[in-house]
Design a protein around this ligand. Structure first.
Ligand code: SF4
Length: 388
């Protein structure tokens, strides 16, 4: 161990953080930091009450080594028999003291998912020293040279402060996609939800990521401006995205759990939540205002109203807008059935209402629970909390 990595913290085995983007479901999760160094966004419940810390580089490398040992064993087993039974796997794990059980589990999931991508955790991995991140990435690439994609979450505020040369070195060491929680391009909204960053810094950070040769995924949060700032939120966010032209724009609709500051604002009457209908109109305005960019638009989160609101800009813009228009033109009763069916998993897109079986299930639920266009948004609020 080199002196600069000396630490008093004892290694206590392979670690994994609580979340990853939906698109990283098959990725190996490698935890470089714990929790979020900012931790003040008023809508975010993820790391509240947990202290931020940076894991020693040597510990992260030990995690990677532990996964590597497990992967080697899995590959050997697969080579000998052609397939691996889970029961056999568990027995192997129990009888091999060399294996870290958590790392073995992670390796099994990764192995069955094809081992093509790695996600660096937790909320803002780029906050560590660039040369430490480079060292970790090089170690990863050395042990798993076949990996095609290594990605991480990062805050715009952090990226904006990293030197271009350092970002480039991080890219060259293997990090090739960054997920940023842009949430909004409106300074008013960003201030209200304590994002700790301005529209200008968000744009600067996005452009820096692209300049460094990494793919950029920007998360947008419909509903975050509430009723009052809904229009500004849509227009300013579109303007920021038009200036960045990220590779991906991903929607994740606002839901407010009881344990966040925004819930207190809402209870106190300082934040008025948008209804599903308002959010549909907000997203319509956002998409209408996206101009001159070539991003892939994704709706890969269970909280979103339409799972198929996806496409490549500008080619699929009209098709995406048509989905929202169709919903907005439906009768309030039919909109209500769709909203409930979507939140209960009967529907993921409007065309699912053409299935008599699914439609019947959603209509029956509305009838049995007394859900009407008048009370549907209250019911939806409760259902959405299940998915946060
Ligand atoms: S920066 Fe991200 S993880 Fe941290 S509090 Fe804000 S939304 Fe949550």
């Amino acid at each position: 161990m080199s002196n600069r990595h000396k630490t008093s913290e004892k290694y206590s085995g392979f670690e994994q953080g609580p979340i990853r983007p939906p698109s990283e479901a098959y990725s190996l999760l490698i935890r470089v930091t714990r929790n979020c160094p900012w931790n003040r966004c008023t809508f975010c419940p993820v790391y509240k009450g947990s202290r931020f810390s940076i894991r020693p580089v040597e510990h992260v490398k030990k995690d990677i080594d532990a996964v590597h040992r497990s992967v080697e064993m899995l590959r050997q087993m697969a080579d000998e028999s052609g397939r691996i039974l889970r029961t056999e796997l568990r027995k192997t794990a129990e009888n091999n003291e060399q294996l870290d059980p958590q790392a073995f589990n992670a390796a099994m999931n990764w192995f069955s998912g094809g081992m093509s991508s790695v996600f660096i955790q937790d909320a803002n991995s780029l906050i560590i020293k660039p040369d430490h991140l480079v060292e970790i990435l090089i170690h990863l690439k050395n042990l798993f040279p076949w990996v095609e994609r290594i990605t991480s979450y990062a805050r715009s505020h952090t990226i904006a402060r990293i030197k271009d040369d350092n970002l480039k070195a991080i890219r060259e060491a293997g990090l090739n996609r960054i997920h940023i929680g842009l949430e909004s391009g409106s300074d008013q909204v960003l201030k209200m939800i304590k994002k700790g960053v301005t529209k200008q810094t968000q744009i600067k950070a996005g452009l820096k990521v692209i300049k460094a040769g990494m793919e950029l995924s920007e998360y947008v949060m419909p509903g975050l401006g509430g009723k009052q700032l809904s229009k500004t939120h849509a227009l300013e966010t579109a303007d920021a995205l038009n200036q960045i032209n990220p590779d991906f724009i991903r929607l994740r609709t606002l839901a407010i759990p009881n344990n966040v500051e925004l819930y207190d604002d809402y209870e106190a009457g300082n934040f008025e939540k948008c209804t599903d209908l308002m959010i549909a109109k907000e997203v319509q305005l956002l998409i209408e205002s996206l101009d001159g960019i070539t991003s892939v638009f994704k709706s890969d989160h269970i909280l979103n109203l339409f799972e198929n609101l996806e496409g490549t800009l500008p080619r699929d813009k009209d098709r995406m807008l048509e989905i929202i228009r169709t919903f907005l033109e439906m009768s309030p009763e039919r909109q209500c059935v769709y909203q409930v069916g979507r939140r209960l998993g009967f529907f993921s897109r409007l065309s699912d209402m053409e299935s008599p079986h699914r439609l019947n299930k959603a209509e029956k639920t509305c009838k049995e629970l007394g859900i009407t266009p008048e009370n549907v948004d209250e019911v939806i609020d409760e259902l959405m909390k299940r998915f946060i």
